[in-house]
Design a protein around this ligand. Sequence first.
Ligand code: T5A
Ligand code: NA
Length: 208
Amino acid sequence: MTKRAPLILIEGLDRTGKTTQTTLLQSSIPSSHLLKFPDRTTEIGKLINEYLTNKQLKMSDQSAHLLFSANRWELAEHIKSLLYKGEVIIMDRYVYSGVAYSAAKEVPGMSLEWCLSCDKGLPKPDLTIFLKLREGGNGQREGFGEERYEVSEFQSRVRQQFEKFENVENKWCSLEVDGLSIEQVQALIWEKVSLLKDQEGKWLTTEE
Ligand code: T5A
Ligand code: NA
């Protein structure tokens, strides 16, 4: 058991403000790192990008799921080395997106447990903030509809999968962000993130 810095994750449906908020959070935490999944820059990431942007491309749902998981495993050692050096990591999507989007497809054999099993062993987040908009609220955000999963009916099923974590994961925090400005959401997130610091403002460490 060694001590490590916190891993802070922001999750949510498409266009709920994850990239906006993770970027802001990173700029307010000195020497923190921002990692975004899928990381479309790696070889596996390029395949994922093709899958997401080319709706004609055919790939089995299991293969697509495993690619997203493999994309996280590609970076697992990098993630661990930063955390054990004491550097905070902020993540824009991670394991929960992996599970929620795949399980929402309701493919026989691809249960939530099956989807989760491929990610077992990856560093665990110390705080997961789930940005929640009312049903259909993300459909009004700019750019919605461009990629494979940006279909309102599917998003609704993904939401149901995400909600399964709400009462199970103790380091989970859902934030209702309807009608809130970027700055208001930022302040709510900061309030939650501050709980990961001690009275002197030092990051609490995790043993893993
Ligand atoms: N996926 C992902 C899987 O299926 N399995 C996996 O394992 C993983 C990791 C791509 C897709 O891959 C799926 C999920 C996705 O369908 P992505 O690359 O994260 O994932 O998707 P992006 O398209 O980059 O990001 P999103 O569409 O999810 O958008 P964000 O990051 O949530 O939203 P953001 O910050 O870019 O904001 C969207 C718009 O809203 C505005 C912003 O200015 C922007 O225009 N906005 C606000 N407007 C009003 N009020 C606010 N408070 C606002 N905050 C932001
Ligand atoms: Na994003």
